[in-house]
Structure formats: structure tokens, C-alpha cells
Design a protein around this ligand. Structure first.
Ligand SMILES: [Zn+2]
Ligand SMILES: [Zn+2]
Length: 173
């Protein structure tokens, strides 16, 4: 038989339990927010604001925090920066044809797209040399320098050897 007193005891217990549950949830939300905001920003002011919002408004505050928090974690940002850097480095190290700016391989002598000469060959050892070099770094043989000529019929800048009949000169036809 339920007496008035036992009903009151039950209600008191339920109220106490609700308060305890609310407090625990609130504390958990605070703790979670603290860890989450630290993963997303190093800004102390942002840390305090995030904690304040949850401290003052509990679960609705947490919802507000979830809406307003920085979308990217510091780890994400770091990874993105790293990826961008790698991509940029790959772009920078890609050799490009001075004539048409298409990517070319480092061991190509001539651009297959626009026929611009990219490298010259040492007559002594046959190694590939950069065009401005006047001596072969592999065997020490002096290499005839190249002179730049501008072709009139819309051709790009072309590096040609002083001797046009040079066997290593690229065929332009
Ligand atoms: Zn080219
Ligand atoms: Zn050489």
C-alpha cells in the first residue's frame, strides 16, 4: 500500500537522481568539449569561450559549440599542409620545356611536342649535358657553346649549335 510518505520518498529519490544525472552529463559535456576544442585550436580565448558556453548552457550549449567549433582539427590542418607541400614540391621538380612548358623527362634531348632542344651531347663521352655548359662535367672535354636564335616563323626560342651540320643537332624537319 502506497502511503503519502513513500510517494514523497520516491519523488525525492527521482529528483536527486535526475540532478545527479544532469550534473554527470554536464561534467561529461564539459570534459568532452575541453578535449575537442584543444584538438581544433591553440587559441586560449577559444578554449575559454567553448568551455563557458557548455558551462552556462549545458547540453544546448554543447549543441551551440558543435555548430560553431572549427571544422578542421589541428591534425587535419597539419596533414593538409603536408600534402600541399608535397604537391608543390612535385610541381617544382617537374622539368618543363622552355619552348612549350609541357613536362619533359630529364634525359630527353629534344621536346617531342615543339622540337625545342633540351640537352646537348658530349662528343667525347656521349653523356647528356645542360645547354649552357661549355665543358663536360663527366670527362672534362670542352663543349662548343650554344647560341640562342629567334626563329621568325612562329617557332619558339631554339638552342642551336654554332655548327648547323653538327651530327648531334636536332632535325627540325
Ligand atoms: Zn616543348
Ligand atoms: Zn664528356
Amino acid at each position: 500500500m502506497l502511503t503519502l510518505q513513500s510517494v514523497q520518498t520516491l519523488l525525492t529519490f527521482l529528483a536527486a537522481w535526475s540532478v545527479a544525472f544532469g550534473l554527470a552529463t554536464w561534467a561529461a559535456a564539459l570534459l568532452w568539449t575541453y578535449h575537442d576544442i584543444r584538438r581544433r585550436t591553440k587559441d586560449r580565448v577559444a578554449h575559454v569561450l567553448a568551455l563557458l558556453v557548455v558551462l552556462l548552457f549545458s547540453l544546448p550549449g554543447l549543441a551551440l559549440y558543435l555548430l560553431l567549433r572549427p571544422t578542421e582539427t589541428l591534425e587535419d590542418a597539419y596533414r593538409r599542409d603536408l600534402e600541399e607541400e608535397v604537391l608543390l614540391q612535385a610541381l617544382e621538380t617537374t622539368r618543363r620545356c622552355p619552348g612549350c612548358a609541357r613536362p619533359v623527362q630529364p634525359d630527353w634531348r629534344i621536346c617531342p611536342w615543339c622540337h625545342t632542344q633540351l640537352r646537348k651531347v658530349c662528343h667525347q663521352c656521349g653523356r647528356l649535358l645542360e645547354l649552357p655548359w661549355d665543358i663536360c662535367p663527366y670527362c672534362g672535354t670542352p663543349v662548343p657553346g650554344m647560341r640562342r636564335v629567334e626563329r621568325e616563323e612562329g617557332r619558339p626560342l631554339l638552342e642551336v649549335p654554332p655548327d648547323a651540320k653538327d651530327a648531334d643537332a636536332p632535325s627540325q624537319d
